[in-house]
Design a protein around this ligand. Structure first.
Ligand code: PPE
Length: 305
């Protein structure tokens, strides 16, 4: 990964190589922590802006609340720290990773160690590869289920939740596929290992009801943009064979952006190429993040010079 100069840690900037923690950091052992993934883009009109900062920041605070972690900083302080992390590192385009974790001090599950916050930023290219964005990815249903909401909690973007995603993505990537699709504990489609999912048939766009999935901010953005363009977007139960017989399927996520799925479980989806609605939403999403949609300027937080 490409290092940048500074990482914000607990209220001050430290050089990238000095942003270290003790090996007995509680979250490293037990997974109790929350994080966000946010992107900052170069705008077509000049300058850069963080995309949907308020929504990410809100989810970070809500994730901590769900896990019962007391945030040591306000939303305004986190916002300001994100903006300053981009500015100070001189990054025009980057991925931002705020992380809230329990530090060292005591060991054991019940330890109430200090809550620490770090924000790093670095350039991060196409999450599922440039070719995936252009031609679509090959997905496989994972043998690992997405957890039940009484096992871990899907509204929280928590560190521990990602063990589930990692098991699924490593399983299918080692078998030669690009990305995993996870079913929920009832067997319905939940989401990708790091993306939400949209399925299109006869012009109607459907997405799994987010009981088991993360409530994606990109999915919300895409839903708004599709509805504004007259598309019907439903949420409901989706089965794996709904995907096999779909006309088009795409995935959404901050890191992935909008990525077509051309195959699931060795079955071609549609004609095996990105379909018209997928291509439209890729184009419109690219306009939104670059400030080309005047009606959605409020999604952008400009980085001061
Ligand atoms: N589901 C999961 C499980 C998920 O991890 C993400 C984001 C989404 C859906 C889409 O959410 P949103 O980014 O709000 O649209 N996955 C992050 C990948 C992180 C990684 O380090 O890998 C991301 O896109 O930032």
């Amino acid at each position: 990964m490409q290092k940048s100069g500074w990482i914000w840690m607990d209220g001050r900037f430290v050089p990238w190589d000095d942003a270290n923690v003790h090996v007995l950091t509680h979250t490293l052992h037990y997974g109790l922590g929350v994080f966000e993934g946010i992107r900052c883009y170069r705008l077509t009109g000049g300058g850069s802006a963080i995309f949907r900062l308020a929504e990410h920041d809100r989810r970070l605070v809500e994730s901590a609340h769900v896990l019962g972690i007391e945030m040591p900083f306000s939303r305004a302080e986190i916002d300001a720290a994100c903006i300053e992390t981009v500015r100070r590192n001189g990054l025009e385009e980057c991925y931002l990773r705020p992380l809230v974790f329990l530090g060292d001090g005591k060991m054991g599950l019940a330890a109430e160690n200090p809550v620490r916050v770090a924000i790093a930023a670095w350039p991060w290219g196409a999450y599922l590869g440039e070719e995936g964005v252009r031609l679509g990815v090959r997905a496989k249903t994972s043998s690992f289920w997405r957890f039940h909401s009484n096992t871990f909690m899907p509204r929280a973007k928590s560190v521990g939740n990602y063990l589930n995603s990692i098991l699924a993505s490593r399983e299918v990537q080692r078998a030669g596929y690009d990305e995993a699709i996870l079913l929920d504990t009832e067997g319905f489609v939940a989401e990708g290992s790091g993306e939400n999912l949209f399925v299109i048939r006869d012009g109607v766009v459907s997405t799994p009801e987010p009981y088991a999935a993360l409530s994606g901010i990109t999915a919300a953005t895409v839903t708004t943009l599709l509805r504004e363009r007259g598309h019907e977007v439903r949420s409901g139960r989706i089965t794996r064979d709904d995907i096999y017989i779909a006309d088009e399927v795409f995935m959404t996520g901050t890191a992935a952006e909008v990525v077509p799925v051309r195959e699931l479980d060795d079955r071609r989806i549609g004609d095996g190429r990105p379909g018209p609605i997928t291509c439209t939403i890729q184009k419109v999403y690219a306009q939104a993040i670059r400030g080309e949609l005047p009606e959605h300027r409020d999604w952008l937080t400009p980085i001061p010079a």
